[in-house]
Design a protein. Sequence first.
Length: 143
Amino acid sequence: MPARPMDNDCIFCKIISGVIDSACVYEDDDVYAFLDINPLARGHTLLVPKGHYPTLLDFPPEDGRALTGAMRRTADALMRETGCGGFNCISNNFGAAGQVVFHSHWHIIPRFDGDGLMIARPGKYKDNEEMRQLAKSIRKHSA
Ligand code: 5GP
Ligand code: ZN
């Protein structure tokens, strides 16, 4: 099995290896989860693959099953402990999306009715044709 990539200068690699202290909520062979130091809600957790992959575009698809399994377990534990009514799983990728730590990770944020977090202002397409054309153009890149 190839060695897991890691980066000695990466803050999350340091957290995973225990060089920097963290409040761990879940760990298995592939994934480490710990409380975010600046929580958007009580229990806000960061779920981090143990390999150093800077963004989702670097993350090996074959590791996805372990990641989503750990995400389920952690989110379920958060619901039981915090009494939240739901949760968001969010991954910021690249600076324009707000990524600050370039070790791929997912935020699991407990949500409560009326908590006012993340108020979205959805946009609008001109019509269905514009949507179809855009989807067709995107498919050219995803094929
Ligand atoms: P990003 O914006 O890259 O998606 O989020 C990085 C997150 O890492 C931020 O929410 C920030 O609060 C969290 N964070 C950064 N440094 C540390 C740290 O040393 N310990 C913990 N627990 N969280 C951190
Ligand atoms: Zn790292």
